[in-house]
Design a protein around this ligand. Structure first.
Ligand SMILES: Cc1cc2nc3c(=O)[nH]c(=O)nc-3n(C[C@H](O)[C@H](O)[C@H](O)COP(=O)(O)OP(=O)(O)OC[C@H]3O[C@@H](n4cnc5c(N)ncnc54)[C@H](O)[C@@H]3O)c2cc1C
Length: 267
């Protein structure tokens, strides 16, 4: 089931920047605006709710400065919505998964894949503790459907934050077959889970991201477990089509048991 959340712009602060692996940088954000707040210091502005991220594949928009600028163009907070065009210049933003949200310590982790051509990827390389950062969202959140016997999960490293969070949040009564494509063994992560998980790492071994059919080949040649499956697949867009086709035609998965999302497109 998909639920809509209020669109909120939050100004946060970088608490820490750490390398999770050689290809993934974790930015921990904190600040009073992760709680409920009023946009005006005298309390006469718009009151917005506290940050929440109920679902493993929620995403926030990270707002980025345009080249040569220190600060991003920001949307204007209105009651229940944001005006993205108020300044006449549209904000630059990219989507990232809340990898960890600890409401008690007020810390939010976002994991950024390092790649040479990216605006967000290079911005992250400049971040230091104390720097400001702005996020919007999540504005949508989805829960796993009921009555599912097992999960088929696949993705490249951009999906790893969501996959890691999913596996950590699954209880012992869940079963999952998981495929993750990364550059090589140095990019694998240790993920704790209580669930019964069969996790397969796929290595590109020198091939550029988004250039192989590793994921479709691995997924479509896997043995199919008994019972009702729910399939969640995310990553580079072109690998989704063969997987979607196979899930629908070979295994009769219907829309309510399919969640396939292109996270980026190779160009
Ligand atoms: C719902 C959702 C959640 C996401 N969660 C995450 C997340 O938690 N962590 C994460 O790292 N990404 C995540 N992504 C993917 C991320 O938003 C894209 O990879 C985004 O394009 C990165 O922005 P950029 O500014 O670095 O690169 P862009 O400026 O958007 O792209 C520049 C060039 O880099 C290429 N490129 C983009 N991404 C990659 C990549 N990963 N590897 C190699 N080449 C690339 C593009 O093809 C383009 O040629 C998510 C996407 C969605 C839709």
């Amino acid at each position: 089931m998909v639920t809509t959340l209020a669109a909120v712009l939050r100004e946060l602060e970088v608490a820490r920047v750490q390398d999770v692996t050689v290809g993934m940088r974790r930015v921990t954000l904190t600040g009073p605006q992760l709680g409920a707040f009023d946009t005006a210091s005298d309390g006469g502005g718009v009151t917005v709710p506290a940050f929440t991220t109920p679902g493993f594949d929620d995403h926030v928009k990270v707002l980025l400065p345009s080249p040569g600028h220190d600060r991003p163009v920001l949307p204007v907070q209105e009651e229940g919505r944001l005006d993205w065009t108020a300044g006449g210049v549209r904000a630059i933003h990219r989507d990232y998964t809340p990898r960890r949200w600890d409401a008690r310590s007020g810390e939010l982790d976002l994991d950024f894949v390092d790649h040479p051509a990216g605006h967000a990827a290079s911005w992250v390389g400049t971040l230091q503790p104390g720097d400001p950062a702005w996020i919007v969202g999540p504005t949508l959140t989805a829960s796993l459907p009921h009555g599912v016997d097992w999960l088929l999960v696949a993705g490249d490293e951009t999906a790893l934050p969501a996959i890691g969070r999913l596996l950590e949040e699954l209880g012992p009564d869940h079963r999952a077959k998981v495929f993750v494509e990364v550059a090589d063994a140095d990019h694998e992560q240790v993920i704790e889970t209580q669930a019964d998980v069969e996790l397969t790492w796929l290595h590109r071994d020198g091939a550029p991201p988004g250039s192989t059919d590793l994921l479709p080949r691995a997924v479509t040649s896997t043995s199919w477990w008994q019972g009702q499956a729910f399939a969640w697949v995310s990553g580079e867009s072109s690998m989704l089509r063969p997987i979607r086709q196979w899930l629908k035609t070979e295994h009769g998965l219907t829309r309510d048991c399919l969640d396939l999302t292109g996270y980026w497109r190779r160009s």
